[in-house]
Design a binder for this molecule. Structure first.
Ligand SMILES: Cc1cc2nc3c(=O)[nH]c(=O)nc-3n(C[C@H](O)[C@H](O)[C@H](O)COP(=O)(O)OP(=O)(O)OC[C@H]3O[C@@H](n4cnc5c(N)ncnc54)[C@H](O)[C@@H]3O)c2cc1C
Length: 476
């Protein structure tokens, strides 16, 4: 029998943290017995199934969250979707009268949430939602004409003109003890391992485990290490893939293990009088994240449809299997691209400068449809998110908002010489090239045969010319 006493239910999604979690804080304040649930939703209409790397991250993030909740006298209930069914069932089992969550911004997710809200309204359950994962909710940022922004700079200017963002909330001091379920004990929870989120046969996750610490504590450490160290040199450091010049907060932000409000606040706390220019650049990168969500909110099909419809006529070339495999496995013969693609495979992350070069190589030098690359990144990035991944791919392809101009074709050799001049990054991820000196390593084909390393997949001048012609045809 379900308990007849009123209880609260907090549904956590991409906000796997205790700090600055308005839904959790409100529910804790409310004081009713509290169930905290995460639903693995692979069954609701339109919700994009996670890729392999994000599944790995999710497993560890949920384990960390469960431990943190238990340390605070609560626990994490795990259920499988479809979310609407799982939430209704759990709310009924625990006699929940109040339901709390933090808002999400993709259309399929909003549709699920709206249906649950409607069900709650019809069943005497009060559903409340909060702003937690974006500093500026997409519908609040509008052009003078009332439409969505299509260009980053005025978008970000308009965000900042709205005044200071709110202060982050401290983690709840105490969490109410969990509600009881049907049997009078704790509500039933699935076993995290039974979700099979971790890879096996083969287990390719060793490099991810060596690189990352999923969970709120790991996120906090990253934030501190970055703000106490590389942040003040971010303007230069962010372009150099061989050094830790960026925050590497992206997967933590992706899963909401750190709140953007906390990041914002920590910047202010460390630099109370004047934010150094380099730190200001870092803050505007957070703005790009907001912009990507703004784009997804107004273009729900961002991962599958060209933002600029004229690109529907673009003649992408189909790659054969070995060409695609060469790009995916980092065997294009261009060390900068290959180092990036191998960094991605080994660690689940790639430096932004190299992402741009590797994506440009696929889309422009190989003329492959950007969606092919987007899907590969979706599967392999630990920070793959529904907004930033497609928005950035479309940016590189030129089909997106505020996109890179069509004639901008990253030259992987020039990029390599400029941003990894001594070749340290290349040597780390492409060990076949380790014996080449700092000059030869950027163009190994000039050094003759390098055992184990392939010849260039395409010539740079010819493939560039072919891309420029293909893009020029769009304007006819
Ligand atoms: C083809 C391509 C695909 C990408 N896919 C993703 C993705 O799936 N998820 C993702 O978070 N980022 C994506 N990015 C953006 C960017 O590469 C990463 O956010 C960044 O490399 C993450 O490293 P960091 O946390 O050290 O970034 P930092 O330089 O420390 O930046 C701080 C934060 O700002 C945000 N940010 C920075 N640059 C961007 C950007 N261009 N667009 C959106 N947000 C940004 C991220 O949340 C990041 O954690 C992609 C870029 C390209 C070119």
């Amino acid at each position: 029998m379900a308990s007849s006493h009123p209880t609260s239910l907090v549904w956590l999604r991409d906000d796997l943290r205790l700090d600055d979690n308005p839904a959790l804080s409100e529910a804790a304040e409310f004081g009713l017995p509290l169930t905290v649930v995460y639903v693995l939703d692979e069954a609701s209409d339109g919700i994009r199934p996670l890729g392999g790397a994000t599944r790995w991250w999710l497993h560890h993030s949920l384990a960390a969250l469960a431990a943190a909740l238990e340390a605070n006298g609560s626990c994490l209930v795990l259920r499988r979707g479809p979310a609407a069914e799982a939430i209704k069932d759990l709310a009924t089992e625990t006699s929940a009268t109040h339901l709390f969550w933090n808002r999400r911004y993709g259309l399929p997710e909003r549709t699920v949430d709206a249906a649950i809200k409607e069900w709650a309204g019809n069943n005497g359950v009060q559903a409340s939602s909060y702003q937690a994962n974006l500093l500026f909710e997409p519908w609040t940022v509008r052009t003078g004409a009332g439409g969505p922004y299509k260009v980053f700079t005025p978008f970000w200017r308009s965000c900042l003109a709205g005044g200071e963002v709110r202060e982050p909330l401290e983690p709840p001091r105490q969490l109410p003890s969990p509600a009881t379920g049907e049997s009078g004990g704790l509500p039933k929870s699935e076993d995290l391992h039974s979700w099979d989120l971790l890879p096996h046969s083969p287990d390719w996750s060793g490099g991810l485990a060596d690189t990352w610490e999923p969970g709120e504590e790991g996120a906090g450490r990253r934030l501190d290490d970055f703000l106490d160290g590389p942040a003040e040199d971010y303007g230069t450091g962010r372009n150099v893939p061989g050094v830790e010049g960026t925050s590497r907060l992206s997967p933590h932000l992706r899963f909401g293990e750190v709140s953007p409000f906390r990041v914002w606040r920590e910047i202010r706390r460390r630099f109370p009088h004047k934010i150094p220019a380099d730190v200001g650049i870092f803050r505007s990168e957070l703005g790009w994240r907001e912009f990507c969500w703004h784009l997804l909110y107004t273009n729900p099909e961002l991962a599958t449809r060209n933002y600029r419809p004229e690109f529907d006529r673009f003649q992408w070339q189909s790659l054969n299997r070995s060409e695609l495999a060469a790009w995916q496995q980092g065997r294009t013969g261009y060390p900068f691209v290959d180092a990036g693609m191998r960094q991605l495979w080994q660690t689940g992350w790639m430096h932004n400068r190299v992402r741009m070069a590797a994506a440009s190589f696929l889309v422009k030098n190989l003329l492959a449809d950007w969606r092919i690359g987007e899907e590969w990144f979706w599967d392999t990035l630990v920070d793959a998110d529904a907004a930033s991944n497609p928005a950035n791919w479309q940016w590189v392809a030129g089909s997106g908002a505020d996109a890179s101009p069509y004639y901008r074709i990253f030259n992987p050799v020039t990029q390599s010489k400029k941003f990894d001049s001594a070749g340290g990054y290349l040597r780390r991820f492409v060990p076949e090239l380790a014996d080449l000196d700092g000059k030869a390593i950027h163009e190994p084909w000039k050094a003759g045969d390098v055992p184990g390393y392939p010849d260039p997949l395409v010539g740079l001048p010819e493939s560039r010319e072919r891309a420029l012609e293909a893009y020029a045809r769009l304007k006819d």
